[in-house]
Design a protein around this ligand. Sequence first.
Ligand SMILES: *Cc1c(COP(=O)(O)O)cnc(C)c1O
Length: 434
Amino acid sequence: MAKLAINGGNPVRTKLFPAYNTIGEEEKKAVMKVLDSGNLSQFLGAWTHDFLGGPTVRKFEDDWSKMIGVNHSISVNSNTSGLFTAIGAIGIQPGDEVIVSPYTMSASAIAPLVYGGIPVFADIDPKTFCMDPISIASKITERTKAILVVHIFGHPADMDAIMAIAQKHNLYVIEDCAQAPLGKYKGKSVGSIGDLGVFSLNYHKHIHTGEGGVITTNNSILADRCQMIRNHAENVTAPRQIEDLTNLIGYNYRMTEIECAIGIEQIKKLPSLINQRLDNVAFLDEKLSVFPAFDILPPMQDNSVNTYYVYPIKFNKEIAGISRNKFVEALKAELPCAVLRETAPLIGAGYVKPIYLQPIYQKQAAWAFNPALYSGSVSYEKGICPVTENMHFEVLFTHEYMRPGMQPDDMMDVVNAVEKVFENINELVDDSKS
Ligand SMILES: *Cc1c(COP(=O)(O)O)cnc(C)c1O
């Protein structure tokens, strides 16, 4: 008789895992205060005092700057719009190339296309899943203007090597920090190392305001350009007598007073949320590292901090005797989803499909690819980033069983489910039909 849930046996657990909910009384009170004031957004798209928003927006940005250790924070309505703003601010033009990661949320690669720039994919390092500096260096051409780095899964990218490449070739560096708020690279906060950092305050991230984002920089010229692109730049270039109008077409990417009021409270909670995550990671590291088919991340060195947006595991199918996909499907069947996330399992095979395999790249279906604008040649063929493809299609799986709110009992159910699948692996090996 089958023991594994995927074959009809009883699952290890059916009771939903605890919710991950960072919103509480503090946020409620802060929102009510804004509502009582009647001022839900003080922004004006004209060169006045209110061009930079109201008191709550400004306080939120100050608090964010202090947390990250930068001179300027510019709030925006998403990380996606923040990346668009950052690409605009550094002056990306049609025909320029920007080196991006293929293994990230789609927004980190699409941003150059909005300004007519061409995303060029560099492969990832199988140890960190972040872009590999050697691959980055091999993708540089005379058209390259910037590197868009992603601290994927919360793991800081190899910033010393990447900054050295950027310096040598005179390139801008933008850090996508959506998955790594308060992550550190050799003691420095991510988002304070490159020219610009971009964070997300979307519902699915460590902390959130529903939707939202923040750009960070120490460069006052770039900060100013971001502030203009966020808020109707074209209205202020004449009164400010700005001569270089490159990309100073403005959008409305503003956050509201309500969102920033929530954000101020969320900032206060972030250090403790990260510590809970790291405590849970330490618990699971100890329990999961004993399985010979699992290869988990080693502890961080040099004062660097991984903030574990997800927990990646490399699966060795030779040792296990079954494929990663079969293993993940079997484990998924043993474990429930979570409260507030009843339909999306906390585990998945791979992450997102290598981005260049999306139709927009396969068909080069964007105006930026028009040969009148772009004289280079870029390839999006399957095979251009073999490490990424191997990780995604064969080796890597990610889970979120270390989310704050998970107690040792909950995590032990996960460990027991893993143990159960390995103990009954014969049920999976023999099934040639699946
Ligand atoms: C979530 C995410 C984004 C997009 O953030 P939004 O705030 O939802 O626009 C971009 N990059 C990465 C790496 C992300 O995880």
